[in-house]
Design a protein around this ligand. Structure first.
Ligand code: 3AL
Length: 199
């Protein structure tokens, strides 16, 4: 994302190209969300943009999931179900575009600027080796179970809360985590929008 701050009037005057450049990463690596809310212009405030993003995310497909899930359970084949999620379901894709917290991309310095700041604010840049090892193995366990990474709004949490949340959420069912993960994406996106739009 381009790092700028704008008033809501300035946002409403942006060309579509610039709007997508500036808001293209309010959902991590998913500029389709910014493209999808262009039609909602003019916005009345930052909250209005955030609500449009939330609405866009809510409408993403996970259609057919329940029926397909029952079918896969009937076949006793979880793997088929998860593969289906990977290729067909857009909410799953949104979650998969998020980097692991304190993961390989962070180690290689390949996070987006927004993610760097968010992970820093949770103290993940100064994580102890023990906590890093714990978080990395919980992340792997989580991905193995759900086929998408554990997503949480890092700006609203610190390391101990992140560790206890992942441990707790690992017990959830797939549909619960899909929904919880998307709710966390909405929180992340809202804070990113508020970084751009200043009243
Ligand atoms: N995995 C995950 O939650 N990633 C993120 N969370 C956040 O606040 N920024 C991220 O990149």
């Amino acid at each position: 994302m381009m790092a700028v701050t704008l008033s809501i009037d300035e946002v409403n005057k942006l060309t579509s190209d610039l709007f997508i450049k500036i808001f293209g990463n309010v959902v991590e690596h998913y500029s389709n969300a910014a493209i999808g809310i262009l039609k909602c212009k003019p916005f009345s405030c930052a909250e209005d943009i955030s609500m449009a993003i939330n609405h866009y995310l809510d409408l993403l497909s996970d259609a057919g999931m329940i029926i397909f899930r029952i079918y896969c359970l009937y076949l006793n084949c979880r793997r088929v179900f998860y593969r289906f999620c990977i290729y067909v379901l857009e909410k799953t894709k949104v979650l998969q575009l998020h980097p692991d917290l304190a993961g390989k991309l962070a180690e290689k310095g390949e996070l987006t600027n927004e993610s760097v700041e968010e992970q820093k604010s949770a103290g993940l840049d100064v994580i102890t080796p023990e906590n890093k090892h714990k978080l990395n193995s919980l992340n792997e366990e989580y991905k193995k179970k759900f086929s998408f990474p554990f997503v949480i709004c890092a700006r609203e949490n610190k390391i101990q809360k992140i560790l206890s949340s992942i441990e707790m959420r690992l017990h959830n069912e797939h549909h619960q985590e899909l929904s919880t993960g998307i709710e966390e994406v909405k929180k992340i996106s809202k804070l990113r929008i508020y970084e751009i739009v200043k009243e």
